[in-house]
Every structure is written in C-alpha cells, then in structure tokens.
Design a protein around this ligand. Structure first.
Ligand SMILES: NC(=O)c1ccc[n+]([C@@H]2O[C@H](COP(=O)([O-])OP(=O)(O)OC[C@H]3O[C@@H](n4cnc5c(N)ncnc54)[C@H](OP(=O)(O)O)[C@@H]3O)[C@@H](O)[C@H]2O)c1
Length: 312
C-alpha cells in the first residue's frame, strides 16, 4: 500500500470511465470484484462518466461503483476518487456548482465522505480563492477527506498552493495528469514533477496504457476501430509504435504482458503513487494488476526511457 496523505492506496488505481460504457453493469461489478480480490482498493471515477454515451447523463460510473459498494457490505478499505467540473449540465468550478455536483456524487456512490475529490479541470472564470474556499469547507466538514487537481498546468498548481497557504486553506494532496510512455512531457519537462516533489503531491497518472495503445494490440499501418479508436489513433504514430516495440521487447524478455511493463515503468517514475488503468473485461485485469509486483531492472527501465525520449 502507498500513502496519499492519510489515504492508504493500492499501487494500481482502477479507472472507472469504462463502467456503463465499454463494460456493462454486470461486467463492471465483475471487474471491481476481481480488482478487490487481487488486492486493489483505489478506484477512480468522475461525475461526467459516461455522459458521452447516447442516452447517458453522467454519473453512470458512480452509480455502478455505488451499487457494487452496497452489494459488498460497504466500503471497508476501498478508496474512491471522483471529480467535479466536467459534468455537461454543471460544468466548471462555481461554488454553487461544486455543491450540487458533490451531493450528486455522494448520492450515487452511497457515501457520506468522498475520499479524494479532484477538480477535473481548471476554471479560468472563477477566482481561485473562491473555489478553493469551497474545497476547504468540504474538507473541514468531512464531506471529502482530501482534494486533488486534474489537468492543471504547473503554474496553476503552484498558484493554488500559494493561495491556499496564504489564506490558510486546505492544500491539495494529489495531481492527476495524463502520463504514459508516449506522453511524458506534460509531467517530466513542464516542471510538474519537480513541483509535486517539492510540495509532496502524489502523481496519479491517467491513460497509463495510452487508452490501450501500449498493450501492443494495435498493429502498425492498421486503423484502430471501436469506441477508443480516435484516442488510440492519436498515439499510433511511427514514433509511438517504436515505443510499443520496446515495451513488447521487454515484456517478451520477462515473459509478461506489454501492459504490465508499460504500467511498471510508470510506477517507477519519480513521484508516481499509482497509475490509473481501466479494464473493459475481467480477462484484461491480470496484466494490469501484475504491474503492482513487477520491478523492471535498471537496464530494462532505461531502454524504455530511451525508446520514448522523443515524448519527454
Ligand atoms: N482526469 C482525466 O481527465 C482523465 C482522462 C481520461 C481518463 N481518466 C481516468 O483514467 C482511467 C484510465 O483511462 P482509460 O481507461 O481511458 O485508458 P487506459 O487505462 O490507458 O486504457 C485502458 C483500456 O485499454 C484496454 N486494455 C486494458 N487492459 C488491457 C489488456 N490487458 N489487454 C488489452 N487491452 C487492454 C481496454 O480498452 P478496450 O476496451 O479498447 O480493450 C481498457 O479500457 C479512466 O478510466 C479514468 O478513470 C482520467
């Protein structure tokens, strides 16, 4: 287990945007069962998941997680992170909005207290002190245990810390940026990793598998199909496939799945607490969970770092 402030979390965080989307409710519960059985306790969702599916309104993922928690006699030891600011009806970080969204998330999850509540994206239209004041109240009242920042630039993370410190408000404990072997600069060269080290912020990367691209299941020259096709195509460049080749090379050497290697590399990067990855079926989960126990040798990690240098 790793620590994010007072939270104790598994080294892999289970992504929840598939629940109610590419995994139906029964498959989602089976994935959650298998995740918990394999020692996982850290689950990531958001109020906006999965509003992009025709007929959905957002909150479908939280509802499934809430149902699963209820069916399993509560939430002992399970840490649920959810997010506010991207719900299609209540977008942004206006104080009234945050309160409405928080109530919706608590109701759907069936919990009094949300363990980790992220601002899903920055909101330039609301003064920082204003929305930070609401997050501070939520922490003090026990409605949320801690809060984090997702998709914030390093300059804005620094500003949040400065304002919170000056006003005596609760500080963020985690950031959630996109970070993987084919998307490194946002964390490594932007100053974000250094800032997180300085202020003891956990890095919880999303798209740990680059939407499935790093599992090695997409072939050079073939067009990706299915619900993730657009996202996968954005990674599927020649330079991207060179990274996949390096991942597959290390995986073959170790006799493990490429997904395991991609997540193990991420786990070994400075400041990373727990990469987020999702599975759309129970069968995909073992390769993800195996990353919790895989330690790449210095030379294996170096080969991957070198093969992906153009993304740093
Ligand atoms: N903060 C943010 O703005 C933000 C943005 C995006 C995501 N997130 C979070 O991060 C989580 C992870 O993102 P993601 O699910 O989009 O991307 P991901 O974890 O990089 O990729 C997961 C996808 O890869 C495929 N996959 C997983 N294991 C596999 C295996 N062993 N073999 C073959 N394919 C496998 C599955 O897709 P197929 O169904 O195609 O097989 C799975 O849904 C989300 O669920 C969400 O919680 C946060």
């Amino acid at each position: 287990m790793h620590r994010i402030s007072t939270l104790r979390v598994s080294p892999i965080c289970l992504g929840g945007n598939v629940f109610g989307w590419t995994a139906d409710p029964a498959a989602s519960e089976a994935i959650l069962d298998a995740f918990a059985d394999a020692g996982g306790n850290f689950i990531d969702t958001a109020d906006v998941y999965s509003s992009w599916v025709p007929g959905h309104r957002g909150g479908e993922s939280e509802t499934i997680i809430g149902g699963w928690l209820r069916h399993h006699g509560g939430r002992d030891g399970i840490v649920v992170a959810t997010k506010v600011a991207k719900h299609p009806i209540h977008r942004g970080l206006r104080p009234a909005n945050i309160k409405i969204c928080l109530d919706g998330s608590r109701r759907r999850l069936g919990v009094e207290t949300i363990d980790l509540y992220y601002a899903h994206e920055d909101d330039p239209h609301v003064p920082t002190a204003e929305w930070l004041g609401v997050f501070d109240q939520l922490v003090r009242s026990g409605a949320v245990r801690h809060y984090g920042l997702s998709n914030f630039t390093p300059a804005r993370v620094a500003e949040v810390i400065e304002v919170a410190t000056a006003e005596g408000l609760a500080l963020p404990v985690a950031v959630q940026p996109q970070y993987n072997l084919v998307h490194r600069a946002e964390v490594e060269s932007s100053g974000l990793a250094a800032l997180c080290a300085e202020h003891h912020l956990a890095i919880v990367p999303y798209y740990g598998l680059a939407a499935g691209f790093l599992t090695g299941k997409y072939a050079r020259g073939e067009s990706a199909h299915g619900p993730r096709a657009a996202r996968v195509r954005s990674f599927a460049t020649d330079a991207g496939f060179d990274v996949v080749d390096a991942v597959v090379g290390v995986a073959d050497e170790l006799g493990v799945e490429p997904a395991t290697v991609a997540l193990a590399w991420l786990r070994q990067q400075p400041g990373v607490t727990a990469p987020i990855a999702s599975a759309s079926s129970v069968e995909q989960l073992p390769a993800i969970m195996a990353a919790a126990d895989l330690k790449l040798s210095r030379s294996q990690a170096h080969r991957l770092t070198k093969a992906s240098a153009s993304f740093a």
